[in-house]
Design a protein around this ligand. Structure first.
Ligand code: RFL
Ligand code: PHB
Length: 389
């Protein structure tokens, strides 16, 4: 088999890149380790930057998002009973879009199938070969047979546990990592959201987040120790804990119900440099991870896709390789700024096991400054709605 771009990973990065390329007549094959249903069963991101929304429109897959997604003009930041409203539209001129990663992925799979583009599921033992020669190829097993795809480029969109990043030799790759001493326990429930905007809350019992997927589907999180197991948390225990961690005004309005999903995600900041090696270009979680506090993971993946897509367009349509040459540097410049924002939001909003009285006073002072200072609110708003590409 031959294609122009072999895309490893059928998560949002790989699918979005594939769809954008397809619209420009550039051929790509997507290789995904799991089944379609497995990928669609993972409950992850919920907030899209406007840049992501624009890319979905460019990929021709924005119709359902425009109908069913909800634009948010702001968010609530709480510290105990104190609340600060961050007005995105006033400070940054743009809202964000609340539309789940599951729905983004479903729309992209449907568009790919309608376009007749090739996606191979349940591929095994993907191996990237001859990445430095200009004639790369990919070996893998599919339906019991050994297969080979020759290509011009490989897009490594296979997430944090994928094979692409690890193919870059150790002496070329530098990894930067910070692991946080807690996780997020999340539930999804068929209940109306507690508020019409998201609520990020730092309480003396730890962080909590009230989010949503629609007017009838809510997503809530509480910070928990890494030793906790999701199955040890009953729904009643979750709701009781959430109520104690959000301002009483909102706790009084909380509608509870059975959870339809419950899971724990550890929090980590991670960047691998460079994001290009020979014909291999890393995109999204394959190259970097953020703690979810700033809602930046999927959005950072989208900015990588934007740079890579434009680099590939210039290469194929204008015979200009400058965009691909600059890919790693450009992508990393934005990645590090979203790392900084996600780390800052995480540091401000969580209770750390080794936090002393001084550290707590710093959080209190930072929140007080945010409450009183328009410029601080504008900085938060600009980062939250997304830095320019
Ligand atoms: P993905 O989604 O991990 O997809 C990678 C795909 O590659 C496949 N794969 C392979 N395929 C072939 N061969 C191999 N060897 C392979 N190895 C792996 C995998 O099966 C998978 O299908 O990476 P991608 O596409 O880069 O997308 C990244 C996002 O999924 C991630 O950044 C976000 O979910 C992070 N995130 C959030 N991001 C936001 O922008 N806003 C949010 O509100 C937000 N909330 C979240 C989040 C992540 C969370 N968790 C669970 C980590 C909330 C949570 C709780
Ligand atoms: C979510 O809805 O899953 C969500 C929203 C905002 C975040 C993280 C996760 O910062």
């Amino acid at each position: 088999m031959r294609t122009q771009v072999a895309i490893i990973g059928g998560g949002p990065s790989g699918l979005l890149l594939g769809q954008l390329l397809h619209r420009q007549g550039i051929d790509a094959v997507v290789l995904e380790r799991q089944t379609r249903d497995y990928v669609l069963g993972r409950i992850r991101a919920g907030v899209l930057e406007e840049g992501f929304v624009d890319l979905m429109a460019e990929a021709g897959v924005a119709d359902r998002m425009e109908k069913e997604g909800i634009r948010h003009d702001g968010t609530v930041m709480a510290f105990g009973e104190h609340q600060v409203h961050i007005d995105f539209t006033r400070h940054a001129g743009r809202p964000v879009m609340v539309y789940g990663q599951t729905e983004v992925t479903r729309d992209l799979y449907d568009a790919r199938a309608a376009a007749g583009a090739t996606t191979l599921f349940q591929v095994e033992d993907v191996t990237l070969c001859d990445l430095e020669t200009g004639k790369p190829y990919v070996l893998f097993r599919h339906e019991g047979q050994e297969k080979r795809i020759d290509c011009d480029f490989v897009a490594g969109c296979d997430g944090f546990h994928g094979v692409s990043r690890k193919t870059i030799p150790d002496n070329v790759r530098t990894e930067f990592e910070k692991v946080y001493p807690f996780g997020w326990l999340g539930i999804l429930s068929e209940t109306p959201p507690v508020h019409d905007e998201l609520i990020y809350s730092n309480s003396e019992r730890g962080f909590a987040l009230c989010s949503m997927r629609s007017h009838t589907l809510s997503r809530y999180y509480v910070q928990c120790p890494l030793t906790d197991k999701a199955e040890d948390w009953s729904d009643d225990a979750f709701w009781a804990e959430l109520k104690r961690r959000i301002p009483s005004e909102h706790a009084a309005n909380l509608v509870t119900g059975p959870s339809i999903e419950k899971s724990i995600a550890p929090l980590r900041s991670f960047v691998s440099e460079p994001m290009r090696w020979g014909s291999l270009f890393l995109c999204g979680d394959a190259a970097h991870i953020v703690p979810p506090t700033g809602a930046k993971g999927l959005n950072s993946a989208a900015s990588d896709v934007y740079y890579l897509y434009h680099g590939l367009l210039s290469h194929y349509l204008e015979k200009d390789g400058a965009g691909l040459e600059a890919y790693s540097e450009k992508a990393l410049a934005r990645v590090w700024k979203t790392q900084r924002f996600s780390w800052w939001m995480t540091s401000l909003l969580h209770r750390f096991p080794d936090q002393g009285p001084f550290d707590l006073k710093m959080q209190v002072a930072e929140m007080a400054f945010l409450a009183e200072n328009d410029d601080a609110q504008a900085t938060l708003a600009r980062n939250y709605v997304g830095l320019p590409y």
